[in-house]
Design a protein around this ligand. Structure first.
Ligand code: UGA
Length: 435
């Protein structure tokens, strides 16, 4: 008989987990509180843009092994439930566990013995706290490491699977689910819930530190005339350092790094064991993101109210339509807030998005962004921005400034078009001095 399970939360983690469980042969009930999202999914459409997800969902639906329901229509029969709800940031930096608590509440009955697999990112000791509070349920911490833009691929081919539990039987049940991945040689680490929780936070914190570090090195490169991409390549070849997450840019964003670094800082402080290095990286990142607009206006050399800027990219990184905690949105809003006329274009954004200042005009293409602009700023590393027709762009612009916060544009082409290029951690390039 097909095994049944519930997945709660139809966000990036829940949708990818549901796709994985269908692939593993489960019958999946996807529980989602947002009824509009339920209807959308049941009509065969997806609320997010993720490669491979549409196919995986179509397969699940065709085999009648995937259905989406609101909590009011959910069956509590499956004794295996994956909690994949958000743990957003409180103003204090702490993780808000209220969504997770309502999920656990839903499955908590005196007799259930349901295994709750906690995939949501939670601070250390959360699983223990939940086990103490809900003795009828069994908890396994199973943090998720997927990246947006490659969520399905990462879920089906993770670097590792982490399982943390004090309940040997529950651990063995969940371990068995991941057997197809173990068979492919993917390491499965079985540990305590506290260690599993800390593995997740430490991984994100260390990656965030790497990004914040290389961004400060980029500033230093600008001060001494060095090139941060060369420095990153040079240090990244040392296998103890590794070449990933050493791309300098506008600062880290998205729904995970800013929230998880803040939550780790806050929990560690409360536990009397502060993580000062993570704290410093998070602060450096906030400062960096706050300085993006000022640098552009400074280069334009006009009064804010007299400046026109075109922004290329709004999402927090390429390959996703997610604008949460996006440095590109910070930049755009900060410019608009200071009276700058701003036009923005993003290939993943069609209509004026929530969270973007209403004074910002959202344009249909790159050229419209350049029209009359004193400066064009590349804020997200979409592949198409590395291959733009800079001659046409230069003809449309009023000014000569290009700021490339992602170091992806073709330096020679920008300069050949008579424009002045400012990248991150590199000497500027001007038409008379191609650098
Ligand atoms: C991140 C982690 O990479 C995932 O492993 C983790 O599962 C996920 O958070 C999460 O906790 O849910 P994601 O937020 O999708 O994934 O994005 P990343 O690709 O890690 O990028 C995070 C931020 O760092 C972005 O703003 C990106 O532009 C920035 N970044 C990344 C850089 O500025 N430079 C780099 O070299 C790499």
């Amino acid at each position: 008989m097909t095994q049944q399970c519930s997945v709660v939360g139809a966000g990036y983690v829940g949708l990818s987990t549901a796709a994985m469980l269908v692939e593993f042969g489960f019958d999946v009930q996807l529980i989602e509180i947002d009824e509009e999202r339920v209807d959308l999914l049941n009509s065969g459409r997806l609320p997010i843009r993720e490669p491979g997800l549409a196919d995986a969902f179509a397969r699940g639906r065709a085999q009648d092994r995937l259905r989406c329901v609101p909590p009011s229509r959910a069956s509590l029969e499956p004794t295996l439930a994956f909690a994949c709800v958000g743990t957003p940031m409180w103003h204090t930096g702490d993780a808000d566990l209220s969504q997770l608590e309502s999920v656990v509440d839903m499955f908590h009955t005196n007799t259930s013995r349901t295994i709750m697999v906690i995939k949501s990112t939670v601070p250390p000791s959360t699983n223990r706290m939940l086990s103490d509070r809900y003795p009828s349920l069994r908890f396994v911490s199973n943090p998720e490491f997927l990246r947006q833009g490659s969520a399905v691929r990462d879920t089906l081919n993770p670097d590792r699977v982490i399982l943390g539990s004090n309940d040997a039987e529950a651990m063995a049940t969940v371990r068995k689910i991941y057997q197809p991945l173990a068979d492919q040689g993917i390491p499965i680490i079985e540990t305590s819930p506290e260690s599993a929780e800390l593995i997740k936070y430490s991984a994100n914190a260390l990656l965030g530190i790497k990004v914040a570090f290389i961004n400060e090195v980029a500033d230093l490169c600008e001060a001494v005339g060095a090139d941060v991409d060369d420095v990153a390549a040079g240090i990244g070849l040392d296998p103890r350092i590794g070449n990933q997450f050493l791309k300098a840019g506008p600062g880290f964003g998205g729904s995970c790094f800013p929230k998880d670094t803040a939550a780790l800082v806050s929990s560690a402080k409360r536990l009397g064991s502060p993580v000062t290095i993570v704290d410093a990286a998070a602060r450096a990142n906030i400062r960096r993101r706050a300085s993006l607009a000022h640098r552009v206006v400074n280069l334009v050399g006009r009064q804010y109210s007299d400046a026109t800027v075109g922004v290329l990219g709004l999402t927090f990184k390429a390959g996703t339509d997610d604008l949460r905690e996006s440095p590109a949105v910070d930049l755009t809003n900060e410019l608009a807030d200071h009276g700058v006329t701003v036009t923005a274009f993003d290939p993943a954004v069609e209509t004026h998005p929530e969270g973007v200042d209403s004074r910002v005009r959202v344009a249909p293409d790159e050229l419209s962004v350049a029209m009359g602009a004193d400066a064009v700023v590349v804020a997200t590393e979409w592949g198409q921005f590395s291959d733009l027709d800079w001659t046409k762009i230069a003809e449309s612009m009023r000014g000569r400034i290009v700021v490339d916060y992602r170091n992806i544009v073709d330096r020679d082409k920008v300069v050949a078009a008579g424009l002045e290029l400012h990248q991150v951690g590199k000497p500027p390039a001007t038409p008379s001095d191609p650098g």
